[in-house]
Design a protein. Structure first.
Length: 182
């Protein structure tokens, strides 16, 4: 495995390395893929789908990507740097981005392929990306949490209302009974 210290960065590439580092650091997840063989139309469609989950696609030279990852202390397998590499950076929803990418790879009949990625500043393999794609989206998980929090509160409020409701029904029955006897 070649390290960044063994690769000299040309002055004109220092800014590109810095941009890639910043992009990786600020992302919830990063996925690397081989995009070779995809048409411009397919890439445009993929970018449009990914923008819905706040994910950006950037084509990156393998050397620049390798240096940026080494500078960040993230070790990925050497085969990540074979063939052209597209870097997908998800700002928020790691599962949503993975879901779109895995579905896209399947629909392109494996013309493109996943190489690996980064999640929580640690390298992940293709299997981990596919598992991530099976998770519910961030919005679905938040809805489940809110539902779980709301349920006990709703039960508590209904429970508080039951004795009062019972008292009202009892008082109404007493009033009706007195009205009948009068």
């Amino acid at each position: 495995m070649t390290t960044a210290t063994e690769i000299k960065v040309r002055p004109e590439n220092k800014e590109a390395v810095q941009k890639v580092k910043e992009s990786i650091e600020s992302s919830a997840s990063v996925v690397f893929a081989n995009y070779q063989g995809l048409s411009v139309q397919q890439i445009t469609e993929l970018r449009k789908d990914l923008s819905a989950v706040k994910t950006k696609m950037r084509v990156c030279k393998n050397t620049i990507l390798r240096i940026a990852l080494d500078d960040l202390g993230i070790v990925v397998p050497d085969d990540t740097f074979s063939n052209p590499t597209a870097v997908f950076t998800a700002e928020e929803d790691a599962a949503g981005a993975a879901k779109i990418l895995v579905k896209f790879i399947k629909t392109t009949e494996k013309v493109a392929s996943l190489k690996g990625g980064v999640l929580d500043k640690a390298a992940i393999n293709v299997a981990a990306i596919e598992e991530l794609a099976e998770l519910p989206s961030r919005d679905t998980l938040l809805a489940k949490v809110v539902g779980a929090l709301k349920s006990p509160i709703t039960g508590f409020v209904v429970g508080l209302g039951s004795p009062i409701r019972g008292l009202v029904y009892t008082l109404q029955a007493v009033q009706d009974q007195k009205a009948e006897t009068s």
